[in-house]
Every structure is written in C-alpha cells, then in structure tokens.
Design a protein around this ligand. Structure first.
Ligand code: CU
Length: 345
C-alpha cells in the first residue's frame, strides 16, 4: 500500500515539475526572452540534478538500511565467512567510489550550468591525470579480482576425503536428494533408467554401490563436518541455492557440478540465535526453470554428527522400499542385493 502511495506521490511531483517548466516556457515566450540561448529551463534542469541526487541518495540509504536484515542473512558455513568478507570489502570500495562519482556527476551540471557571463575553459587533456585515473582503478580492481580468485579457488578446491556426499538432482519441479548410504559411495546413474514410478534419478542398480543408496525428503547434514553436494539436473538448468550456507551452484543437464562446505550451526542453534522456533534452512532453485520454479524448495536440517549418524542408520535404501528395482539383475548381483535387503529388515 505504501509503495503505491509513494509511486502516486512521485508521479504528482513529476507532473508538478513539468507544469512549472511549461509555465516558465510560456512566460518567457510572452516576455520575448525565449530567443535567448539558455531559457529559464536551464536553471530548472540544473536544480533537478541536485534534487535527483538528494532524493536518490536518501532513498538508497533508507532502503538499504531498512532491508538490511533481508539481504544479510545469518551465516552458517565456514567458507561463508570468506565470501561475506569479500562482499563487504568490494561493497566498501565500490560504494565509496559510487558515492563520490555520483556527487560529482550531479553537482557539476548544477555548478557549471550555462551562464552568459562565464566562458568555458579550453582544457583538452592532462596526461598526468589520465595516468592516475587509469593506474589507480586498475590496481584496486586487480587487488579485488585476485582476492576473489583466491577465495573462489579455495572454496571450489577438491572436497576433503571424509566429506559426506549428498546428490542433489533438480528436475521440473522438485529436487531429488540421494544419499550414498553407509559406504559413502553413490551408485552410478544413467538418464535412460529414469522412470517416474520408482527411479526418479535414474540410479543404475547393476552397480552394487547403489544397493544402500537412499532418498530423503529433507536434506540432513552434520554440523562441523565437510559435506559434498554432487549436483545435476534432469531436464533444464536449475540452480542450487542455500543462502545461509552462502552456497550457490548451477545444476546443469549433462554436466555434473559440485560444491562442498562445512556447516557451522545446527538448525536448533540457528533457531535459538534468531529466537524463531519455526526457522528452517532452505535450499531453493535460483534459476527460472519454468512455471513451477517457485515450488523447488527443500529443507536442510543441520544436526549434531551423532544425530546425523543415527538418522542415516535409520534410512531405508531404494531397493528395500522397492525390491522390484533389483528383480532383473544377474543371479550374482541379485544375491548381493537380497543380502542388503535382508540387513535392513
Ligand atoms: Cu529449478
């Protein structure tokens, strides 16, 4: 509602300014002063630059401060501290430059508006200035880029050996989450094996690593231990986004991606910190992937390692829930699969 009123207010303001401008033009026509090189609108325009600077500046700061909590979510991963740090350094450097250049940009048209009594100075070039404003930004940008590159190569370095693997597959319009089971090795997959009835992610059950793989409606991960998301997509581009973990990685059909991270706060700890008992970490799709895009949401539960182990040991593999999946295997594999199934009974 307020947004609408503000928009109407701005519209009114603009029409008033337009009317004032029209009246001044008409007055100058009557006075015969409209033949001058610079009409009275010259002054109005010059003033408008200052008005725009002040109004824009006030709105920008007001909005940035008001919505601060919405774009700076509490942090819950190790590498996120590095990402946040980079973000704020870049923000400070570019913010200072932004403010200075915009003050100059809008102040100069006012200060140097056309004046009959003043003649512009002819000042074709200044090599020293050119050198300074080329080298200084190049140097500062190089520092920022090197800092960013270093952080990116650390964050995307190979995951530690002991990482907990979780496969996240995006499809229109949900995520399928697969865990490798006790062996921590995901079985192979093949898109030709996908079927809607019992094999959403095309798991290949001729690979015995798949036997203990299981699916979960909620992404459980342990606090303080490295977690490796193996990411893929079944149909179109999706993107895995867990804002509290500062994690974002595209899910690309035919091109598996990955992202590893270490969660630092359990869901319960975050609930206590925020004073919100309903809080859940969320994984969302952040690539407009079709009309059901908005519904691609999964809850991430960060728990203590012991609780994670307990939860993991209670999960039932695909083949236990669905023995039909291993019905047509070779005798040898079928025997192995049956052993796995019996272990979970
Ligand atoms: Cu999507």
């Amino acid at each position: 509602m307020y947004g609408f009123l503000i928009a109407v207010g701005i519209l009114f303001l603009l029409s008033i300014i337009w009317m004032v401008y029209r009246i001044q033009t008409l007055v100058s026509v009557v006075k015969g002063s409209d033949k001058k090189i610079a009409s009275s609108s010259n002054k109005v325009n010059a003033m408008l630059f200052v008005v725009f600077l002040l109004a824009g500046g006030v709105l920008m700061f007001w909005y940035s401060i008001k919505e601060f909590d919405n774009y700076t979510l509490p942090l819950a991963s190790e590498h996120g501290a590095v990402t946040d740090n980079l973000f704020w350094i870049t923000m400070a450097v570019t913010g200072i430059v932004f403010i200075i250049t915009h003050i100059l940009l809008f102040w100069f048209p006012y200060k140097y508006q056309y004046n009959e009594k003043r003649k512009a100075t002819f000042y074709p070039d200044n090599n020293k200035l050119e050198v300074i404003w080329t080298i200084v930004p190049a140097f500062v940008l190089a520092l920022l880029v090197i800092g960013g590159w270093k952080a990116w190569s650390d964050i995307t370095a190979p995951a530690p050996e002991n990482s907990h693997v979780v496969e996240i597959m995006g499809y229109q319009f949900a995520w399928e989450v697969r865990y490798p089971g006790m062996d921590n090795v995901l079985g192979n997959y093949d898109y030709r094996l996908i079927n809607e009835i019992n094999n959403q992610s095309g798991v290949d059950f001729t690979d015995k690593n798949s036997f203990d793989d299981f699916s979960s409606p909620v992404i459980y991960i342990p606090k303080g231990e490295p977690v490796l998301f193996k990411i893929r997509a079944r149909d179109v581009l999706h993107s895995v986004f867990a804002p509290h973990m500062r994690l974002k990685m595209d899910a690309v059909p035919g091109m598996p991606t990955r992202f590893w991270f270490t969660p630092t706060k359990t869901t319960d700890e975050m609930r206590a910190e925020l004073g919100n008992d309903e809080f859940e970490y969320e994984l969302a799709c952040t690539e407009i992937c079709g009309r059901g895009h908005f519904s691609m949401k999964k809850i991430i539960k960060v728990v203590e390692p012991a609780e994670f182990e307990k939860w993991r040991s209670e999960q039932k593999p695909y083949i236990v829930n669905n023995p039909a999946l291993v019905e047509n295997l070779s005798v040898e594999l079928k025997e192995l699969a049956d052993i796995t199934i019996s272990e979970y009974k």
